[in-house]
Design a protein around this ligand. Structure first.
Ligand code: ZN
Length: 273
């Protein structure tokens, strides 16, 4: 008889509405569909700087709605937006950010945390660096009752982390997302204003390079998603090829605590190993 799987709760902590969909939505879909794990998403900023076209207040409303739509596609338990100003998470006192994330870990009883890798190199976004470090620290101390005793929920210990990065380092866990690739794409494309932003950014890059790309410049309304879809499918195929898989997402998997090290055991294992 197969060993019974310990049921885990997953908390994804990100800076922006579309971070999870780009980096980890396939793995999230597998947690939910294959294992029945509840997954919560905690978005720290208000996404108010993610456009060349919309105003800040417009973006706050649109991106929140799109994040909830993507959450429904994936089957998330909840999408919670904290509303710190986009692009300025590094100006929030580190202890405050850590406390907010720790409270969320304790409230949902997160066993697995997923976020930007605090130690991956070359990350240029201050929000990604801030949320990454705060998530690591919050997870490491959430079980200690002397940290934030004012929290409503009691202390709780997450046992593992899935760290993702634009330039992954020591990220040896490849999750096969071939069967849920369409779901990842659907969740990503729910972020319509971010698909437009992605293409607008590519247009500006082409101009900076002096490259003439009329195909990008004259893209019809509604065609932005198709272009990003092509890109993300190619990206996940390239990541998968590194591990002999059709499509994959890549993580640095970390165990919290020391039990396995002290006893020489292997109690904490990634579900996809
Ligand atoms: Zn982001």
């Amino acid at each position: 008889m197969a060993e019974e799987r310990r049921k885990k709760t997953v908390l994804v902590v990100v800076a922006h509405a579309d971070d999870m969909e780009f980096m980890a939505a396939g793995t999230v879909a597998r947690f939910i569909r294959d294992f029945g794990y509840p997954v919560y998403e905690y978005i720290l900023t208000d996404n108010s700087r993610g456009s060349y076209r919309l105003s800040g207040p417009e973006l706050v409303a649109v991106s929140a709605e799109e994040a909830r739509a993507a959450g429904r596609i994936l089957g998330l338990e909840e999408v919670r937006l904290e509303g710190y100003r986009d692009g300025e998470l590094d100006r929030v006192p580190p202890g405050e950010l850590r406390g907010k994330i720790m409270a969320m870990i304790r409230e949902v009883r997160a066993d697995i945390v997923m976020s930007w890798d605090p130690f991956a190199p070359y990350e240029d976004h201050p929000d990604h660096r801030a949320v990454a470090m705060a998530t690591l620290e919050a997870a490491a101390f959430a079980s200690n009752p002397l940290f934030h005793p004012e929290h409503a929920a009691p202390p709780h210990m997450p046992t593992e982390a899935y760290w993702f990065a634009k330039s992954p380092m020591n990220a040896r866990l490849f999750v096969d997302i071939s069967a849920v690739m369409d779901l990842k794409v659907a969740a990503l494309l729910a972020h319509d204003c971010q698909m437009v932003l992605t293409v607008d950014a590519l247009v500006r890059e082409a101009r900076a390079l002096g490259v003439d790309l009329p195909m990008l410049e004259n893209l019809e309304e509604g065609a932005h998603g198709a272009l990003v879809e092509m890109g993300i499918r190619q990206h996940c195929a390239r990541v998968g090829a590194e591990a002999g898989l059709e499509c994959a997402e890549q993580f640095r998997h970390e165990k919290f605590g020391m039990l396995d090290m002290v006893l020489g055991t292997d109690f904490v294992r990634p579900d996809f190993a």
